[in-house]
Design a protein around this ligand. Structure first.
Ligand code: 2BA
Length: 119
């Protein structure tokens, strides 16, 4: 990898939300490919499960490569959730059927980086 700092090359910032179960595989794959990343422990607002949010600064020309690494190392899964949560609506019914939701893969936001400094 040839990451030039201090605004020498156009960069993208990815915010990638990864399922906790894929975390290790994603980290290893990114490291093998030489990508820098920062992990933030996070929680999905809907399922309230732990996930991990990664910040990745990459050269613009590496965007498809890093997306490919994320795609190959994380997988979508079905999870079941009871709606509404019993603590929110205790009288909603005793035997409410769980609802199936498909959780990524990864959820990735890609942004242009106006300027990058490192010292
Ligand atoms: P959660 O909020 O726990 O959502 C888990 C999964 O539940 C979502 O999978 C989606 O399939 C479903 N889901 C979420 N909100 C829903 C709703 N209001 N109604 C019906 N189904 C809903 P993903 O879309 O793969 O999202 C995985 C995780 O990525 C989310 O966990 C959340 O932490 C994050 N995320 C997804 N979209 C986001 C967004 N637009 N902004 C910020 N974070 C997002």
């Amino acid at each position: 990898m040839n990451l030039l700092y201090n605004g020498a090359k156009a960069m993208k910032l990815l915010i990638a939300i990864i399922q906790e179960r894929d975390r290790r595989r994603v980290e290893e794959a990114l490291s093998v490919e030489g990508f820098f990343f920062t992990k933030i422990a996070s929680t999905g607002g809907f399922l309230r499960d732990g996930n991990v949010t990664m910040l990745l600064g990459v050269e613009s020309e590496q965007l498809e490569q890093v997306l490919g690494v994320l795609r190959e190392s994380s997988e979508a899964r079905d999870q079941y959730v009871s709606l509404p949560p019993p603590d929110v609506m205790p009288s909603a019914g005793l035997m409410q059927a769980p609802v199936k939701v498909t959780v990524g893969g990864a959820v990735v936001f890609v942004m242009d980086v106006e300027r990058f400094e490192r010292w």
